[in-house]
Design a protein around this ligand. Structure first.
Ligand code: NAD
Length: 257
């Protein structure tokens, strides 16, 4: 039997075929989960609807995490479409392009607020609304990056946002563990060429540096990440919560080599 048969999943963060969320949605579907996909706005609607059609005609709906009204609408959509949710995948982030190069200390107040709001608080806002419909032993996941715990050139305010996201994962894990054994984890992916990643200054240099130095001497792929998402979504990971799992070809362990 497939690992996720009988489980329902909501995946946020598909923008196009390169999105990590696209690989995750495909893998969850392949392992038997029934999906709901969301799109940020009209710009990404068509790509999301196309993917949904490929994945068994998954329902789709708009969800802009910057808007409380939009999140309320998502909660009521999910209430009708699935009733009970077993898997929630948060695979989204945003910072203004001008904050993703140059010196971190030039981050503006507004840019700092936007990055933290969309990339970190959004997980809390989602969990707040979806808590009542999370099934027993449900799995909540979010995507993060090494820039949360290390200073990574040009990642800047997004690193601060990812630190807040990872900390939120731990607090949510503590809250939810006592509510039906719901688990909350983050996947820290190595650099992968996507639209968001390309907004980070010198991103291609980061990619080649990781490929050259990581113990596996390659970059992680969106499919590598998606396989770990399946594991975290499944009962195979039933005692793992509050963790940050690195899927980065081992790059994070390096000191001076
Ligand atoms: N690509 C990488 O190198 C990498 C590495 C580690 C972690 N991540 C993380 O993976 C996640 C997915 O990013 P990706 O690389 O697939 O890029 P992507 O550009 O394909 O996906 C980012 C998504 O965020 C969504 N988004 C932005 N603002 C939103 C809002 N207000 N409401 C709803 N959705 C919004 C976009 O619509 C898009 O679907 C992000 O959290 C990112 O930080 C990416």
């Amino acid at each position: 039997m497939a690992l996720l048969t009988g489980k329902s999943a909501c995946v946020l963060g598909v923008a196009n075929r390169w999105s990590i969320a696209t690989a995750i949605a495909r893998a969850l579907h392949a392992h038997g989960a029934s999906l709901v996909l969301t799109y940020e706005g009209e710009r990404t609607r068509e790509d999301v609807e196309k993917l949904a059609a490929e994945l068994g005609g998954a329902p789709t709906t708009a969800a802009d995490v910057a808007s409380d009204e939009s999140l309320d609408a998502l909660a009521s959509f999910l209430g009708t479409a699935v009733g009970k949710l077993d898997i929630l995948m948060h695979s989204l982030a945003f910072a203004r392009k001008e904050e993703l190069s140059g010196k971190f200390f030039s981050t503006s107040r507004a840019g700092f607020g936007t990055a933290l709001d969309i990339s970190a608080y959004s997980l809390v806002a989602l969990c707040q609304r979806l808590a009542p419909m999370l099934g027993e032993r449900a799995s909540v996941m979010a995507m993060t990056y090494l820039g949360s715990v290390r200073a990574v050139r040009n990642y800047n305010v997004m690193g601060v946002a990812k630190a807040a996201l990872e900390s939120s994962v731990r607090y949510l894990a503590e809250d939810f563990g006592q509510m039906g054994g719901v688990r909350v984890n983050a996947i820290s992916a190595g650099p992968i060429k996507t639209a968001s990643a390309r907004a980070v200054g010198d991103f291609t240099k980061i990619l080649s540096e990781v490929a050259a130095k990581s113990p596996l001497r390659r970059n992680a792929t969106a499919e590598d990440v998606a396989n770990v998402a399946v594991f975290l979504a499944s009962d195979l990971s039933s005692a793992i919560t509050g963790q940050v799992l690195y899927v980065d070809a081992g790059y994070n362990i390096l000191g001076i080599v």
